[in-house]
Ligand binder design. Structure first.
Ligand code: PEP
Ligand code: MN
Length: 264
């Protein structure tokens, strides 16, 4: 069902207010790795509005390698995130980690994110197939392109056709970067599926200085959207500060992304 053989026309998601995701426009999703507090959200939101970015990312349920790391503000934080975002005219993308969270999050989410550790959580994919909210599905940490498409198929076949695929780097033998951003996946996915394809250079390389060039490369490779991390003071972020852009860097990236997209 997610194949171009089945549907020739590209799938475009309509989030209302003129926000459309998919072929024909470049989507930018930016924000902190984790939602931390109201002041942080306010600062990011003002920055995004100033930059003309309509979609904000931020996790309230965080999958952390260590159980002692900050694991997010949970549902209460999500309610604040959603309310503040609405006040700023922004849409939000946030990660859901398990089936039981789908229903409680439903009224406070614009786009559900399925993280790389849950790409093959088939029960979660089934549950998201039943909801009337778009899903941004990340590629698994060690997942193949084919496996990503199968995971999308779970959601699509359940009845939810609003899916975005996101390349976020895979685990390889390389240790110089956090992950290996597989830009090969972009043209291959665009050929195979009618779904929008995004690139997440932040998790893809994990090194702040190199996020922008990879984001631009993702656009030139054919991505329909770029998702990256930005926060007021990356050095003090509760998670993923090492790959998070400050607002100056973020504003410059947004400009460069638009210019690059125009060249395509
Ligand atoms: C994130 O977006 O902050 C995240 C945890 O991403 P991934 O699932 O790709 O690691
Ligand atoms: Mn992160």
């Amino acid at each position: 069902l997610v194949s171009r053989k089945w549907r020739v026309h590209p799938t475009v998601l309509d989030l209302g207010d003129g926000i459309r995701l998919g072929e024909g426009s470049l989507s930018i999703v930016a924000g902190p790795c984790s939602i931390e507090n109201e002041a942080q959200m306010e600062a990011v939101m003002q920055h995004l509005v100033q930059s003309g970015v309509r979609l904000m990312r931020g996790g309230v349920f965080k999958p952390r390698s260590s159980p002692y790391s900050f694991r997010g503000l949970g549902l209460e934080g999500l309610r604040d995130f959603y309310r503040l975002a609405r006040q700023h005219g922004l849409r939000i993308v946030t990660e859901v980690m398990q089936v039981s969270q789908v229903e409680e999050m439903l009224d406070y989410v614009d786009v559900f994110q399925v993280g790389a550790r849950n790409t093959q959580n088939f029960n979660l994919l089934d549950a998201l197939g039943q909801v009337d909210k778009p899903v941004l599905l990340k590629r698994g940490v060690s997942g193949t392109i084919e496996e990503l498409l199968h995971s999308a198929e779970y959601i699509f076949s359940g009845g939810n056709e609003d899916i975005i695929l996101c390349e976020r780097g895979i685990r390889t033998f390389e240790t110089a970067s956090r992950n290996t951003l597989d830009l090969n996946a972009v043209p291959i996915l665009k050929e195979k599926t009618h779904l929008p394809v995004f690139v997440d250079p932040s998790h893809g390389i994990g090194i702040r200085e190199h996020v922008a060039p990879l984001a631009l490369a993702g656009v030139m490779a054919g991505a329909d959207g770029i998702l990256y991390e930005t926060a007021p003071v990356p050095e003090r972020a509760a998670s993923d500060g090492q790959q998070t852009l400050n607002f100056d860097e973020s504003a410059r990236l947004v400009e460069a992304l638009r210019r690059t997209y125009a060249l395509r």
